[in-house]
Design a protein around this ligand. Structure first.
Ligand code: HEM
Length: 157
């Protein structure tokens, strides 16, 4: 997976300054994200049928990893690959990312309240769609490879 580092220097700097906030509130933000997601978009709930019960913790951990490595994106490529593989297996589609992003940003605003300046919200929005684009692209590749393999298997059966 190749990461095109298009996140602005300003967004990265703001994200780094928000690391202590995320360390403190990351788990609550992740939990609230899923509550909002399932409340607003109940149609995505079945995708999580096989997800582990510590899913919010996994999300919080991955957000923290992005935050801490925003200057060293190569170090999180392995994590992104694992997330992409899980997403493809669960049938996550590109259209789901807007729903998820809205839920996450709403959760950030609710939980951080006044501590989340407009600058922080904007930087997190940029970061979310930056990572979403990387995941979407890799998930497209993985789904295409899966479909091609299935066609070969059918043809050779
Ligand atoms: C930038 C956005 C996202 C991030 C950072 C993210 C992060 C993660 C992480 C860390 C995991 C756990 C991977 C593991 O097992 O180690 C995961 C799994 C999962 N994610 Fe996401 N995710 C994102 C977007 C989405 C979207 C848009 C959906 C669909 C609404 C989604 C649905 C799922 C599902 C269903 C699983 C569980 C798969 C399983 O184990 O059965 N995610 N995600």
């Amino acid at each position: 997976m190749i990461i095109q580092d298009t996140l602005s220097t300003k967004a990265k700097a703001v994200i780094k300054t928000s690391t202590p906030l995320l360390r403190e509130y990351g788990e609550s933000i992740a939990k609230r994200t899923y509550d909002i997601l399932f409340e607003k978009y109940p149609q995505v709930k079945p995708l999580f049928a096989k997800a582990p019960s510590n899913q919010p913790h996994l999300l919080a951990r991955s957000i923290m990893a992005f935050c801490e490595n925003v200057d060293n994106l190569d170090s999180i490529m392995k994590d992104l690959e694992i997330i992409s593989q899980r997403h493809v297996a669960a049938d996550v589609h590109p259209g789901h990312y807007t729903m998820f992003g809205q839920s996450l940003l709403q959760a950030v605003q609710e939980i951080l309240g006044k501590q989340a300046s407009e600058e922080i919200i904007c930087a997190w929005k940029d970061a979310y769609f930056f990572f979403a684009d990387i995941l979407i692209e890799r998930e497209r590749e993985l789904s295409t490879n899966c479909a091609a393999k299935e066609r070969t298997d059918v043809a050779t059966a």
